[in-house]
Ligand binder design. Structure first.
Ligand SMILES: *Cc1c(COP(=O)(O)O)cnc(C)c1O
Length: 356
């Protein structure tokens, strides 16, 4: 359907052992690239050796932050085959993010095929160890070599691949988080729902402060009233309160996570009530005092689920589920990873095959 020329690397890199990979530090031998100009649209799609980029020092992305990205994974099954998890959803969201930043829309079918071919070419980099995977990072940015603020007429799109070790090398363990009361990540009408680099830059200060105090993540509140819970770090967040799972509704300042969506779909199938609605800190504190806060966890591609063991707000500090992963959190983790690695049948059509 699409013909994507491939230039193979003449020298292949040495592979890093799985237990030394960490996250996002090692890259494979190849990458995908294509260019956009207002006159020609997207053109020159190709797979080439992984290499540094050449950019004008005036490129718009470097000055005005015109960049959006995605993150998803390819998993190796026990039989050796490789599959991706809901990649079409990531590409749809990439275009939604691009629309918000006035970056050009990509052809999602072409990008999907590019991703598949790239992973297939670098298939030897997909780790086979339990919990390890190949992280896929598509990204798109404006390259106009021009400091004046005009529309975007030059852009580039890349896909790079990074073999990553298990997020939970020492087993799924709960984390301590702190409710951020000063900085906000996003506001309604802003770019909170878009996966763009600028959101991460805005979150750095709170993240650094939390890390210095020994917390793994910050719990973000809404930017206007500082009252409603939005996300935890760069994950969506869910709370089990009195038998129901409550997660912040997508108001525009919350990133519409694909793991979040998968959790909601599974919970509904299991007849566990799920509510997408506003959830205030006050309601959460009341539930904690009443002992009805049963579980709390973040969810996202990197960690799948990340149980919250302890929550801090001002001088209040509370433990959740005795600092242990809760049964629903565990069941979601087992089900999602089971589907991703092929040990549980995919009844939802969530998997996309790369190669057998
Ligand atoms: C990517 C991301 C998530 C999680 O989305 P997934 O599709 O589940 O990986 C949540 N919040 C933020 C801010 C993100 O950037």
């Amino acid at each position: 359907m699409y013909s994507i020329p491939i230039t193979k690397a003449t020298q292949l890199k040495a592979k890093t052992p799985s237990d030394k990979l960490g996250f996002g530090r090692v890259f494979t031998d190849h990458m995908f690239a294509m260019q956009y100009t207002a006159q020609e649209g997207w053109h020159n799609p190709r797979i080439l050796p992984y290499a540094p980029l050449s950019l004008s020092p005036a490129a718009a992305v470097l000055h005005y932050g015109a960049e959006v990205f995605e993150g998803l994974k390819a998993y190796r099954r026990a039989d050796g085959g490789i599959q991706m998890f809901r990649p079409q959803d990531n590409l749809r969201r990439l275009n939604d993010s691009a629309e918000r930043l006035c970056l050009p829309q990509i052809d999602e079918a072409l990008a999907l095929e590019a991703m598949r071919q790239l992973v297939e070419l670098d298939a030897s980099w997909v780790p086979a160890d339990n919990g390890a995977s190949l992280y896929i990072r598509p990204f798109l940015f404006a390259t106009d070599p021009d400091l004046s603020l005009h529309g975007i007429s030059n852009a580039e799109f890349y896909i790079i691949l990074s073999p990553s070790g298990s997020y939970y090398a020492e087993g799924v363990s709960p984390v301590r988080i702190i409710i951020e009361t000063e900085d906000v990540r996003a506001v309604r009408g802003g770019t909170g729902y878009a996966k763009c680099g600028g959101n991460y830059a805005a979150a750095n200060r709170a993240g650094d402060r939390a890390a210095k105090k020994g917390f793994a993540q910050v719990l973000w509140l809404d930017g206007v009233q500082r009252k409603y819970i939005e996300e935890v770090g760069s994950m969506n967040v869910m709370f089990k309160i009195g038998g129901k799972v409550v997660t912040p509704q997508l108001t525009g300042s919350v990133l519409p996570g694909i793991t979040r969506r998968s959790c909601i779909e599974l919970l509904k199938e299991w007849d566990i009530p799920v509510e997408e609605r506003l959830l205030s800190v006050e309601e959460l504190l009341t539930a904690m005092r009443a002992g009805t806060l049963e579980e709390a966890f973040g969810c996202g591609t990197a960690a799948v689920v990340s149980p919250v063991g302890e929550l801090h707000y001002g001088d209040i500090s509370v433990r959740v589920n005795d600092f242990k992963i809760g049964p629903i959190t565990q069941r979601l983790y087992d089900s999602i990873t089971g589907i991703q690695y092929g040990s549980i049948p995919d009844t939802h059509g969530w998997l996309y095959p790369v190669c057998e």
